[in-house]
Ligand binder design. Structure first.
Ligand code: UD1
Ligand code: CA
Length: 457
């Protein structure tokens, strides 16, 4: 039977000490709430509802297209579920409740939780784990027969209960109809004066209904992020998990602790990732490419056998065998075709550099279309902005742009044309011709010796 997921994401997250709502904080560039939504879908939940509240508009903007319900005042996790009662009225079967601040939960674990509740026929199945340091979590109290009896929040726990290391992960599967029929039994009679969803366990027990627990072996999966310390811990776990998977797929990492790859990035075989490489957002890397060290790639596509050294790429496309850097900045709309080069201290935006064309040193290329086999000399700049508007530069196949050429756009350099070093090119250059714009050089013979005579040196 298909399940429904409810994701609790309305809390402020006071312990984060942040102006950003907790579930909007990111791991490897992805907001926590988005990671949890992806887990719910991957676990087979065909309907996902997110409870938002604190700075709801900030959270909702991160998850366009998702169904959200508002919990206007945040009176606890049980109250958050009440806020979804109307949206979920009449829902049958399993309702998985996930915390928006538990971003590492695996889809397999959630699917297993659903399967266990359905096979055990329980009103509620809670996912628990043993935490060596259980501080901050609700403790799982079991009766003499080992059955789960209650979840006790740390603030309400006795010293003996605090010593329990089995904790509530904040992940549950309920029989949806039974849950909503009994939600009103929750009270705020506890240390925090909140409606605790965890109290449903004792509510069901007192009604003689079955409650089961599933103990997961992996305490990392269930890390709840309440502080920046836990955010960093969870990020490190995700980083390790993703890097390990890519290494097993044939990616070399000199030091995997110094490589950060976002979920959703795809990488080919025999790719080499050197230290301090970040692959973020919607990025793909082709076979045998070498990236790093000190390289940040966001929303970009890197072709096979490309080499990117100490560079920043955002929204760029790098063709096969192309080379980038050291220290290049490829901004959105940059396309390097096969074998092209953007070399040292080169910035390119919204431009195409054709096959085997080279921009090797110290250049700015903006709004340009460069053909194939073009050489752009050191220090060349497309003057694309007149202070009001941006203008295009077009350079034909096989052109040779002399060093330190200023290409004042809009301007077109014909194929096979040449510009003289140091020229400010303000008019189109026809194919096959040379354009030079510079003062004649004067040579004063013997001048240096005369200067020495005058200054007495
Ligand atoms: C909760 C559990 C605790 C468990 C821990 C696991 C309760 C009472 N306690 O504690 O047993 O060990 O998670 O990580 O449930 N939220 C809302 N609306 C609210 C309050 C919270 O949507 O009114 C959301 C938060 O945004 C968060 C999640 O619910 O995503 C959990 O809330 P949080 O305050 O972090 O609960 P914990 O104290 O961690
Ligand atoms: Ca929490």
């Amino acid at each position: 039977m298909a399940a429904t997921a409810l994701i609790l994401a309305a809390g402020e997250g006071t312990r984060m000490k942040s102006d950003t709502p907790k579930v909007a904080h990111r791991l490897l560039g992805v907001p926590m709430v988005s990671l949890v939504i992806a887990t719910a879908r991957a676990a087979g939940c065909d309907r996902v509802v997110v409870v938002t509240g604190h700075k709801a508009e900030v959270v909702e903007a991160l998850i366009p297209g998702e169904t959200c319900v508002r919990q206007e005042r945040q009176l606890g996790t049980g109250h958050a579920v009440m806020a979804a009662a109307e949206e979920l009225a009449g829902v049958k079967g399993s309702l998985v409740v996930l915390s928006g601040d538990t971003p590492l939960m695996s889809a397999e674990t959630v699917a297993g939780l659903i399967a266990l509740r359905e096979s055990s026929g329980a009103a509620m199945t809670v996912l628990t784990t043993n935490m060596p340091d259980p501080a901050g979590y609700g403790r799982i109290v079991r009766d003499r027969d080992g059955e789960v009896e209650a979840i006790v929040e740390e603030k309400d726990a006795t010293p003996e209960q605090r010593a329990i290391t089995e904790v509530n992960t904040g992940t549950y599967c309920f029989d949806a109809a039974v849950l909503f029929a009994h939600l009103a039994k929750l009270s705020t009679d506890n240390a925090q004066g909140e409606y605790y969803l965890t109290d449903m366990l004792s509510v069901f027990r007192s009604e003689g209904m079955a409650v089961t627990a599933s103990l997961t072996e992996d305490p990392f999966e269930t890390i709840g992020v309440n502080s920046r310390v836990q955010l960093a811990e969870a990020s490190a776990v995700l980083q390790h998990r993703i890097n390990r998977a890519w290494m097993l797929e044939g990616v070399t990492m000199t030091d995997p602790s110094l490589v950060w790859i976002a979920p959703g990035v795809t990488i080919g075989r025999d790719v080499e990732l050197l230290p301090m490489t970040f692959l973020m957002g919607d990025t793909t890397v082709g076979d045998r490419a070498v990236l790093g060290p000190n390289t940040r790639v966001t929303d970009s596509h890197i072709g096979a056998e490309a080499v990117v050294d100490s560079s920043v790429l955002v929204g760029a496309k790098v063709g096969p065998r192309a080379t980038v850097g050291p220290v290049a900045y490829l901004r959105p709309g940059t396309v390097l075709e096969a074998g092209a080069k953007a070399g040292t201290s080169v910035e390119i935006k919204n431009s195409t550099v054709g096959e085997n064309s080279k921009v090797p040193h110290l250049s700015y290329i903006g709004d340009a279309r460069i053909g194939r086999d073009v050489n752009v000399g050191a220090g060349t700049i497309t003057c694309n902005y007149d202070g009001v508007r941006k203008h295009p530069t077009v350079i034909g196949d096989g052109a040779f742009i002399g060093s330190d050429t200023m290409l004042v756009a809009p301007v077109e350099i014909g194929s096979g044309a040449v510009t003289g070093a140091g020229s400010a090119i303000t008019r189109d250059v026809p194919a096959g011709s040379l354009a030079v714009e510079r003062c004649e050089q004067r040579v004063l013979e013997g001048w240096a010796a005369r200067r020495v005579g005058k200054t007495g040196q």
